[in-house]
Design a protein around this ligand. Structure first.
Ligand SMILES: [Zn+2]
Ligand SMILES: [Zn+2]
Length: 282
């Protein structure tokens, strides 16, 4: 039997894992193809994103953290032509895979064209995500519906800043459900071999330790009002809150052969999303 050709050496492990996921789950083909395209778009920009304009010194960063999430919009060094490329390419990929309505695709395009307004719009999106989680995302007419596009497009810029800050900051005292770096919400989690749960920010990918069963969205800590179940293969776990009706998925690294990869694991768990939504969670 001919073996499938190995992926090119330069291909990152996430993309190789996504290809394998698609081979094993043909139903996920479109979602996998979209995720691969998004990663490739982000990789084109990633290596040249500048460090944030913040003093990367532990005492300074720990001092800022005492007052709330560290990263301010002003700290981000955004190359606006790179961001326009990221926004356009993200919107086009999402449109191709029917993850974005035509109307929203046109709106994303219009935002890219309006060079004067783009910084204002990106700032509004960033600031809206910094507000404490209230269960409902704040409504901002201009960015409503475009959050997934902005989130993907801003990812190389935010992860660059987060990586630099996280390496020099002591996050062990942070007990909030929102990100200690950018203030965003977690969109995935990992259960470590020591059975700690780390939340992973949906915007900047920062990770922080959080109580095993408390809901990070509404801080409900009543264990009897958290529904938790594992995927059939035991690789993933889902925590759903009966107070705010939101849920969070986690990768169980206690029984895993590789580390968590949110870009892969968020796609691999699409069937869990369907199960949660069917039970009335969102
Ligand atoms: Zn973050
Ligand atoms: Zn909740």
């Amino acid at each position: 039997m001919p073996q499938p050709s190995p992926p090119p050496r330069s291909e990152p492990r996430e993309i190789a894992e996504l290809r394998r996921l698609k081979d094993e789950n043909p139903d996920l083909q479109s979602a996998v193809d979209l995720q691969i395209e998004l990663l490739q778009v982000q990789r084109r920009v990633q290596s040249r994103v500048a460090l944030p304009s913040i003093k990367l010194e532990p005492d300074h960063l720990n001092g800022l953290l005492a007052a709330g999430p560290i990263l301010q919009f002003e700290h981000l060094k955004i190359d606006w032509s790179d961001l326009r490329f990221l926004l356009r390419a993200t919107a086009a990929a999402m449109r191709t895979h029917e993850a974005l309505e035509e109307r929203d695709f046109q709106r994303a395009d219009a935002i890219c064209r309006d060079g004067a307004r783009l910084p204002e719009i990106v700032r509004a999106w960033f600031e809206a995500g910094r507000k404490p989680a209230s269960g409902a995302p704040p409504a901002d007419a201009e960015t409503t519906g475009l959050e997934p596009v902005l989130q993907q497009a801003m990812r190389p810029i935010l992860t660059r800043a987060a990586d630099a800050i996280m390496a020099r900051t002591d996050l062990s005292g942070w007990q909030q459900g929102r990100c200690p770096l950018c203030g965003g919400e977690p969109d995935f989690a990992v259960i470590t071999p020591a059975a700690d749960r780390l939340l992973i920010c949906g915007r900047c990918s920062a990770r922080w330790r959080f109580h095993q069963f408390t809901c990070p969205f509404c801080m409900n800590g009543d264990r009897s009002r958290i529904t938790s179940f594992a995927s059939r293969d035991g690789q993933y776990r889902l925590y759903a809150c009966d107070v705010c009706e939101r849920y969070l998925k986690a990768y169980d690294a206690r029984r895993a052969s590789r580390p968590v990869m949110p870009a892969v694991d968020s796609v691999a768990t699409i069937p869990l999303d369907a199960a949660a939504i069917q039970k009335g969670y969102r």
